[in-house]
Design a protein around this ligand. Sequence first.
Ligand SMILES: [Zn+2]
Length: 612
Amino acid sequence: MFTRRSFVRSAAASLAMLAHTDGNANPTVSRRVRRSVEHGRPLYEFQYGQISLQSDLHQTQLKQTHSVLMNLSEDSLLRPYRLRVGLPAPGCDLGGWYSSDAFGAETFGQWISALSRYYAISRDEGTRAKVDRIIRMFAQTVEPTGKLFGDPTVTKGPAYMYDKLACGLMDAHQFTLQPTALKVLADVTGAVMPQLPDRVPTDDLYGAHETYTIPENQFIAWQRGGDSRHLDMAARYMHHAFFDPLSRGENVLARRHAYSHVNALCSAAKAFLVLGDDKYLRAAKYGFAFVEEQSFATGGWGPNETFLPNPGSPQLGTAPIHTLGDSLSVTHSHFETCCGAYAHFKLTRYLLRTTKDPSYGDSMERVMYNTVLGASPLLQDGRSFYNADYHFSDGRKSYFDGYFGRFPFAWPCCSGTLPQMAADYHVSTYFHDVDGVYVNLYVPSTLAWQQQGVPISLAQSGDYPIEDTVSITVAPARPCVFSVRLRIPSWTTRPSISINGKRVATPAAGTFATLTREWRQGDRIELELPRRLQLKAIDSGQPNIVAILYGPLVLFSIDAHAGQLTRPQLLAARRPDSQGSEWHVNVAGGRLRLVPFWAIKYERYSTYLRVA
Ligand SMILES: [Zn+2]
């Protein structure tokens, strides 16, 4: 049973372990743990505002989610919190997961985060002002006993809500310079501490409370100037029962809630950057490798929001999903798209930065094009895309139905992560080190930065991923020596790079190609990433159930076909319009149309096909 005394005792133990760097109590530890130092010489992220994306798909998602959040009534946003502390609560209930009396209105913190990141990208004054107003009003609902967290028998519990609030308030502090966000977070932190367990409960496999996702945002809060309680909480909620075996290469994913445990891996990756302990990096790397082993061709994972049991383990209970292949005919819930992709992007960003391994960029790209970028738009009434559906005979895009009405459907968790995701494409596209820039995602975009004091802009254009060619124009204010590194995906065959029309490199697939030279205004890079159609089996037990891949894209069939298909038939798919995004497979009596995920609206589709 948790008591205030046990909290104080565990806090003291954690402090003894980590020490307060603020007070420099322990010079050895404080040398190891400093706010501004990241271990492992990672690549750096750019600021949100240094990157602008010109891709219609990305921009539409950013503007559309932003417009929904901007149109939300502020009284409605505050209503659940005001009611909990007995303040006048005018306005309507938003309903669904944001009802006053259901769940916890947890998306509040995520929406503040998304609006703050949007402001960092756009400098839109209306957005900054809205964040400022909402936080000032929210501050009135924060009192020392933490009534704002509501009744824990009704809500998902204070840990989940607090984690989202910490993220939002720190983003408001960092990106909009909201003057009271840091103080509000300090008060919220004081209010939540007595309500939290003193460590991660070991039986929380299915994410009932998700205390194990807390450390990532606590490390960030501390790095951005929050007080030392955040470092203490980060240490206290590290999920040792999960990370220790993972760090030894033991797969302990089985039957855990999928999204929240990938989120926990983000805490491990962040812990390595802050604390420098290799164990956490190994846990994140092995953990992600195990996730990839049980991923669909789209890059999505976690059918029915659960990781698969380990191969060969006995079937437990009545759970019918033992392999990815099983899942195709028994559920429509194959990947919790917005939350899953958001966590996937965070984790692969950490791992790419730390290892400089381009396969993490390949993985990010796969998830982007085949899942979240094709999510149906968030609607003003709270309808939200949730599950990607890879059902064998009857896949379709639909809005979350609360798992057949068992939960409210409006404003689910994914309505919080989609707006954050839409902002985070920006910081996932480019990275840098002291030598220059890494181009990770090939998206029409512009990057502005300084290299040795020289202002430089870099612009990408082209119709990738439909076409094979990416064009990049480099424009330093004056001639300047630096490196441009280009991710060469593992799926490409015979890639090549030209500068100003002259071929300069034929890099290997699965590397970063390095171009170091004195760059001049208008230098133009042409990157060719040729590819062939490939078939990928759902799992090793069912090699004749395949997805059709074209580089990073899965091609989804939008025509039903009753007859027998063959591998050569599928591999002969061709585009009738060589610039278009529709492929045709000739079959007896007609054709099968194949399209990328983003091109599907209301059509029934098949992600996997059975071949002879
Ligand atoms: Zn979700």
